[in-house]
Design a protein around this ligand. Structure first.
Ligand SMILES: *Cc1c(COP(=O)(O)O)cnc(C)c1O
Length: 365
């Protein structure tokens, strides 16, 4: 039974279930499921009315504050169907807690983290048939909070909507792992200390588009972001955290105010420390990376994030020079991390850190 602290989540079933696409046709984020989770906030009333409802467009007054001032945060996690049919979420509680930190950074009232985790479970349970089962596929879960007050003044809103939508996604590496080419930019910056770099917010993505487009025009896949002050220290790659190995030291930038506390980053660090690897969270200058590339000690480099788990970097460009990393192949630590995390996600490996949680599936009536 739900206690006082555990509000009941309402449920309205769709009357118009859609046909689900074949696993082989899935890409990323194009198909949405039959239901969505919603909850509302009003000042004086707090967060209220958590419910699963049929997926439907939102109706927003053109003066809704999120449309003008971008008071919006989101997160992203996945549900996986194991070989035995069991559906599992990867580190749901940590994603829930991060969503709350993003809320706090944008003056959005936080929610009960347990209720956020239950919202993930409720929507996946309602749309459990949408969790694909082919190797590498998953159900991507997108929790989002937007300011819904209708007013044009610039101040934190007095009303908000939290919603969670889901999209079945195909294997990121359908055509095999392809190391990417990345371009370190000293022209654009993503975030500065005291800004929003630690929050998962729409504004950071808007701020990244011009740099990304510029990199693509120069033949690169992603941007390697440098710090906003000296434009020297490595921050993140695209919308992923960055890791690299020089000799036997794995290095990743510290959580010092400008980069996102990635769940995959944290998982990779934990696993590598379990394995006894030498792991440093420290500042690393782009010149140190380029020098290691020139002298052959830069053994591998990879991004980490929920969508891909790991994404190996095969080439790095900076100030007109390009270095090749690990012969353009996926390195051994990158591969080991990928294999270990994927095995956990599909329930094929023991889970000593308690990262996986199973989603109860309703028994057919
Ligand atoms: C989401 C995101 C990441 C990756 O975080 P995960 O929790 O591992 O998915 C890294 N950097 C940025 C800027 C992000 O938005």
């Amino acid at each position: 039974m739900a206690s006082m602290n555990e509000p009941t989540i309402g449920f309205t079933q769709t009357r118009t279930p859609q046909r689900r696409p074949e696993d082989s046709t899935l890409s990323f984020g194009k198909v949405l499921t039959d239901h969505m989770f919603m909850m509302n906030y009003e000042e004086g009333r707090g967060w209220h009315d958590p419910r699963v409802v049929p997926y439907a467009p939102l109706t927003l007054d053109p003066a809704t504050s999120v449309l003008h001032y971008g008071q919006a945060v989101f997160d992203g996690l996945k549900a996986f169907r194991g070989g035995d049919g069991t559906i599992r979420l990867f580190r749901a509680q940590r994603h829930a807690e991060r969503l709350n930190r993003s809320c706090a950074a944008l003056c959005i009232p936080t929610m009960d983290a347990n209720l956020i985790r239950r919202s993930f479970e409720a929507i996946v349970s309602a749309d459990h048939a949408w969790v694909p089962s082919s190797p590498g596929t998953s159900l991507y879960i997108r929790p989002t909070v937007i300011a819904t007050e209708v007013q044009l003044g610039v101040h934190p809103a007095h009303s908000y909507t939290y919603f969670v939508i889901c999209s079945p996604v195909g294997s990121y590496y359908k055509e095999g792992v392809k190391p990417v080419r990345i371009l370190a930019t000293d022209k654009y910056v993503r975030a500065v200390q005291g800004g929003l770099g630690e929050a998962k917010t729409a504004a950071n993505y808007a701020a990244s588009l011009a740099a990304q487009q510029d990199a693509e025009r120069q033949g690169y896949t992603q941007v390697l972001w440098l710090d906003g002050i000296e434009r020297r220290f490595v921050d993140e790659v695209g919308t992923m955290n960055i890791m690299l190995r020089i000799g036997d030291e794995v290095i990743t930038p510290p959580l010092a105010g400008t980069i996102l506390d990635g769940v995959t980053r944290n998982s990779a660090l934990t696993l590598m420390r379990d394995w006894g690897l030498k792991v440093s969270e420290r500042k690393i200058a782009i010149e140190e990376v380029m020098q290691a590339g020139r002298d052959g000690t830069l053994a591998e480099m990879w991004g980490t994030g929920t969508a891909a788990v790991v994404s190996p970097v095969g080439e790095l460009g900076y100030k007109g020079e390009t270095i090749r990393i690990g012969g353009g192949q996926t390195g051994p630590v990158t591969q080991r991390l990928y294999d270990a995390i994927v095995a956990l996600q599909y329930g094929r490996a023991p889970d000593p850190h308690g990262w996986m949680s199973t989603v109860p599936v309703p028994v057919a009536a």
